[in-house]
Design a protein around this ligand. Sequence first.
Ligand SMILES: *Cc1c(COP(=O)(O)O)cnc(C)c1O
Length: 964
Amino acid sequence: MQGSRPQLQDLEMRGNYINRHIGSNETQLKELLETLGLTCLEDIVEQAFPSNIVNQEPLKLTEIISESAVFKHLAKMRQNNKVLTSLIGMGYYNTDMPAVIKRNVLENPGWYTAYTPYQAEVSQGRLEALINFQQMIIDLTGMELANSSLLDEATAAAEAMSMSKRLSETTANTFFVDQDCFPQTIAVIKTRACSLGYEIITGPVEKLNEHQNLFGILVQNPDCSGAIKDLTSIVAEARKQSALVTVATDLLSLVLLKPPAAFGADIVVGNTQRFGVPMGYGGPHAAFFATKEAYKRSVPGRIIGVSKDNQDQTAFRLALQTREQHIRRDKATSNICTAQVLLAVIAGFYAVYHGPEGLRMIAGRVHRYTQILAAGLEQLGFQLQTHSYFDTVVVSTPGCAASYLAKAEYAGINLRFIDEDHLGMSLDETSNREIIRKLWRIFAADNAPMPDINLLDELTGECIPNELLRSDPILQHPVFAKYHSETEMMRYMRRLARRDIALDRAMIPLGSCTMKLNAATAMQTISYSSINGLHPFVPLHQAEGYRQLFDELEDMLCDLTGFDAFSFQPNAGSQGEYTGLLVIRKYHEVMGQGQRDICLIPASAHGTNPASASLAGLKVVVLACDDQGNVSLDDLRDKAALYKDTLAAIMITYPSTHGVFEEAFCEICTLVHENGGQVYMDGANFNALVGISRPGKLGADVAHLNLHKTFSIPHGGGGPGAGPIGVGAHLAPYLPDHPVVKGVNRFATEQGTVGTVSAAPWGSASILAISWAYIAMMGAVGLRKATLAAILNANYIAKRLAPHFPILYTGKNGWVAHECIIDCSEFKKTAGVSVDDIAKRLIDYGFHAPTVAFPVADTLMIEPTESESKIEIDRFCDALISIRLEIAEIENGSADLHNNLLHNAPHTHRLLLAEWQLPYSRQQAFFPDNHQHDDKYWPPVGRVDNVYGDRHLICSCPPLSDYE
Ligand SMILES: *Cc1c(COP(=O)(O)O)cnc(C)c1O
């Protein structure tokens, strides 16, 4: 008995997170290894990695902490955040996320673990939620068309500027920005304009007529000080110059105000944060972008459209993808890839739940409180700067703003400090009588009589002139009327969620997207108000917990990557690319090499790479790849030499987009450096390197990491994301800063930085806690094990599928990295089967397709990640092999060339109702293998017609008859 007693250390380890993050248990791992002829995971290092990229130094992250210890540590960190009532405004407001939405969406993996809805048939639930979002934006702004989210209001405004330039019929090169826009919006626009070579003029919009040659203007309404403008004369003046008009606005105010479209706005942008999404110390939130139908082909970001399926049923899909970076590369309308889907879904549901009446009640209450607050302040002898406002007033405090500010903070309220003579305050959905009384008390002289709320309510009239108020009805579509009881709302959300395949249903083997586990423990962090309740512009001493979180996460990432500093400002991989390239440009400029503007990008690169390079004002030169999918060293040598005086950078994905560890990575870095360029590494595939290799020590100067891939932030159905960039010490001084929060870049020198790339100083701060928790729970040991398990799984799949499908690229010893590509081009000739047919047939087996046709046409790229078990991986391989046999039946003539299992896939329940006329059995169609008996996924629609959808573009909710 004594002898078999387990060791304490063993007992402690066995319960740890690592073993539950990695899908296969020790026995399964052993089986996987045996299939590949190995005995232990560590053998993979020797087998798969080029020896010159393997890190030999120990990492600092040696301590593995248990889930409960992580929880305690985070709790301590959170306690150092002070959650006051922030009335700072400037684009961020308190809001009540309805608990029914919090519990059923934010905290439901059916919503947060889904991917971008590329496969429309398995994404109808979130596509419907997103079209509700678009309908809400269309209704409230009055515009004809809206997209499904941009990253934040400031970048949405920058996108509006770029779109204005694209559409402009003049040769004008100047964009006018009203000085009363949010400072962070102005800063982001200036950064973008600088890289694109546009002039920016900021000034009072009333003096627009003093400027000539404008291609567009941006005006904010209500503006930063809360004032509501009559835009009529401003739009007329802009028209005279053929300049496009962008209006940045507040969505809640539009419930009451005449919409921007009624003034003739061309583009309307803003944030939907206050529709139920917590402030999160800056993010994530969904920004919106609305415009006219005529400009649809120029719209940045994702648009959801209505189409039909092969049985003439209404079906949703991503519309107009030909504008996007994966097709148009450096000529794309923008570089946006990951957007803010989960947050757009939440904001859309907020409108569905409250409906037009509820929203009018909320907006009306906020506005009424603001007028009463203002009247009371006047009664107390204060002068107000604005007289027509929605929720924000600016109070004159001659010479003593700081003392009122301090008094307010002491009373638990943050106000906006404008200057010594002015303070601003913005009320919101959570404001109440007590807060108003508190505010009066802060401003009142010691024994001044307090104003009376009820009395003021009677005495105070509407401050907004009638002609600026809204008279048309909003949100008339039935979806905004049907789900106001919690029961109905709960069922609606569940109905939509079960239409989709997310990670809660099956593995999602999307190559390059790294659909790994998003642990419940890590996810819990974002539900705490001490994480999500902070306004991004609170005084830094109220956010010490966040400071600690940023510092610790930066240390962790520096340790893992070998870089010297990180910026958390970029809100997605695409934004990291853009920022990293700006940093490189700035560095060259400081070095007196400002002429360097060539960016080498391999032909196989992700579409965001060329799109970001062109946003950063660089000229893209494409590098050839050899037969093995590697960068052609000969071509690189030639081009680096040819452009040696103008070479700015290479953008190289490592491991490559083909899922291979190129042997020549270090050599490529050296070649580029020798010719004066910097190395930008696309680190989206860092999942294959964590704990093994440190690119910052191999020659990469900058890299972005996709925290929503490698570091376990969920994809949210297409966002949020986080794309922080790591840099070498020589680039750290140029990392982004922020106009409102000082000291964001602590390395900044008098040479200046690249400016600001996101609205919030640390981007989507709240979700950084998820990655922190993931890294803390895994430690260096766990992260290394995860990397090796991910590579093991990919190679196991390659091995199992190799007899049935050609495997496209391999590296050392015939090994792939963390993903593998199967070539399906032959089946077109032999069976008339396209790669899409295979993707759709997988749905009948209950699977989400792998990445289709990227980075090579007619292929599937499969990435299992470490989180999938051998059982699930086998299930997936079985399905693909079974589909291969179905193809063989077409090849050998026993199945029809057109009317077959693949062409007709996915098979919907509707087929069951009609008389069965297909040349194969229902069993084959619906239950092709045993697994469907456990949990059959019924696709809500059949194959979606893409061409029809783009030809008959509809981006708003279809009429109710279509749902029935
Ligand atoms: C996902 C990905 C990107 C883009 O990242 P987003 O966060 O979607 O903007 C860039 N490069 C590669 C290789 C990727 O896989």
